[in-house]
Design a protein. Structure first.
Lengths: 269, 249
């Protein structure tokens, strides 16, 4: 359980930081699309079984899913930036293709499908030390990139035109955000599962938004909610023996419910 | 007002695929001049403004802003977007909005010097009290003051305004025209304003460009406003006294 809590807390924090931009820029559907791309990527990873092929124990399906998901994310960004389709249409197309490919990959496997259910719903018991190291490495990379680009990403979230006028490379940072989202989503799949991972991206940030404050304060609140929510949810999952994705998301949803009541009371005063 | 041309447009044309938005657009704006871009809906005014800001690539022709290609003059150019294009739910204060333009990135904290500059810019638009207010809670007129202060904070040499009175109520509009009139009186700062408003033209214009797919009229407002010629061309009906402020459409 300790591994799951450490990995879950780290990934929860990363999801919260990125989720603040996802919520502010109304990109929830993109998160949903990337979650489905993660399914396709995990299925491909299970099919290729690189860990067994190359006798490298830590080379799990996640390491195939990350580039797969990143490629889908860049595809969505490219289609949208070229004006070939709107964001929601591009996401819809890539999401369905990823799921369809995932189903094909699962059926192509000649050996049992491994922990597919764990990847779909989250499996706290399957989180190993290697996953914690992967989460730490990702946290360092995404954290550094965020540190370097947060003020520009925030300006883009406020207004793309004004950001562009200030010399910010809006399209390049869009692609970067999409790639970071894919990496974080894929890593979250271990604890939360593919089915619910997009909510992991959205709920902490949406809750923090209800509590108000500047964008930076919102981000910090979202991180606190993401970390606490995933820790409490994972502990509940361990003792109640229910898939961890469900307990984490229900815990976060309870936090959102509480914040909604608070915000509603403040508005009616 | 000098003769130095800070904005030069020659035979400019823009197409989106097969659709010609405008063609053969030629005009210029001198330092300190206030130029109004008018025309019916769909005439290409906003696209022309976006081309001059560097967002749209022209098909043919040339444009230069302060001697540089559009979009290259950085903080020497100010921009006030249309109110309707702005996302009100973003957690931003007026101070953050203004400082973001100073820094070219969203501020996490604001220095005392930046706050002072923001206050000075707000003082130019009589909006000092707005500095710590959240953008979401401002009226249309207050929001436009905030965006005007934002544009002025870098001491630009030219400012582009896209229908600044749209979405502003009647009393807010009057205050806005007063502010724009003061900008018009500034001999250093040039302005290009897309507008539908006869009142705005009357209060600010030192030059008018009438666009309808191409330039239909260009010059000082006096002769163009005479006999209601200009408003007739815009489909706004005759004005008997060209110097009277017509009612808002």
């Amino acid at each position: 359980m300790r591994n799951a809590i450490m990995a879950g807390a780290l990934v929860g924090a990363l999801c919260a930081v990125l989720g603040t931009f996802v919520v502010q820029r109304d990109m929830a559907f993109v998160g949903e699309g990337l979650a489905h791309a993660a399914f396709g990527g995990v299925a491909l990873g299970l099919l290729l079984d690189l860990g067994v092929r190359f006798s490298v124990s830590w080379l799990g399906p996640i390491w195939v899913a990350v580039p797969f998901c990143a490629a889908v994310a860049l595809g969505i960004g490219w289609v949208q930036n070229r004006g070939l389709a709107s964001e929601s249409t591009a996401v819809g197309i890539f999401f369905s293709v990823s799921v369809a490919l995932g189903i094909v990959f699962i059926y192509l496997r000649t050996t049992p499908a491994g922990d597919l259910e764990g990847y779909l719903f989250g499996n706290i018991l399957a989180v190993r030390r290697a996953d914690v190291y992967a989460a730490v490495a990702l946290a360092v990379i995404v954290g550094t990139l965020m540190g370097l680009t947060w003020t520009k990403m925030a300006y883009i979230a406020f207004d793309r035109t004004l950001a562009r006028l200030s010399g910010i490379r809006v399209e390049a940072l869009d692609y970067l955000l999409l790639v970071m989202m894919s990496a974080v989503i894929v890593l979250s799949v271990r604890t939360v599962g593919v089915i619910l991972v997009s909510s992991y991206l959205i709920i902490p940030a949406a809750t923090a938004r209800l509590l108000g404050g500047s964008l930076m304060r919102m981000t910090l609140k979202a991180v606190a909610i993401g970390v606490l929510g995933s820790t409490i949810g994972l502990i509940i999952s361990f003792y109640v023996e229910v898939p961890s994705g469900a307990t984490v998301i229900l815990t976060l949803a309870a936090a959102f419910g509480g914040a909604s009541l608070l915000a509603n009371r403040r508005r009616s005063r | 007002m000098t003769d130095e041309q800070i904005l030069k447009v020659e035979a400019l044309a823009v197409r989106f695929g097969e659709r010609q938005i405008f063609s053969d657009v030629t005009f210029h704006v001198c330092r300190g001049e206030f130029c109004c871009l008018l025309g019916p809906n769909g005439a290409g005014k906003s696209t022309l403004l976006k081309t001059l800001l560097g967002f749209v690539e022209p098909h043919t022709g040339t444009a230069s802003v302060l001697g540089l290609p559009p979009g290259k003059a950085g903080k020497r150019v100010g921009y006030v977007p249309q109110l309707k294009s702005f996302e009100r739910s973003f957690p931003a204060s007026v101070l953050e909005l203004i400082v973001a333009n100073l820094r070219g990135a969203w501020p996490i904290t604001v220095t005392a010097a930046e706050r002072e500059k923001a206050l000075k810019a707000l003082a130019q638009v009589k909006g000092e009290k707005l500095i710590d207010r959240p953008l979401a809670g401002l009226s249309g007129g207050e929001t436009q003051r905030a965006f005007l202060a934002r544009a002025l904070v870098t001491d630009p040499e030219v400012i582009f305004l896209d229908e600044p009175a749209t979405g502003v109520d009647a009393s807010g509009r009057e205050d806005l025209y007063d502010l724009l009139h003061a900008i018009s009186a500034d001999k250093f700062l040039a302005a290009v304003m897309v507008t539908h408003s006869p009142a705005a033209i009357a209060r600010t214009a030192e030059k008018i460009v009438l666009i309808d797919g191409t330039v239909r009229a260009f010059g000082p407002p006096g002769e163009l406003l005479e006999g209601g010629k200009l408003f007739a061309m815009m489909g706004l009906g005759k004005s008997k006294d060209p110097h009277a402020v017509p009612e808002e459409g």
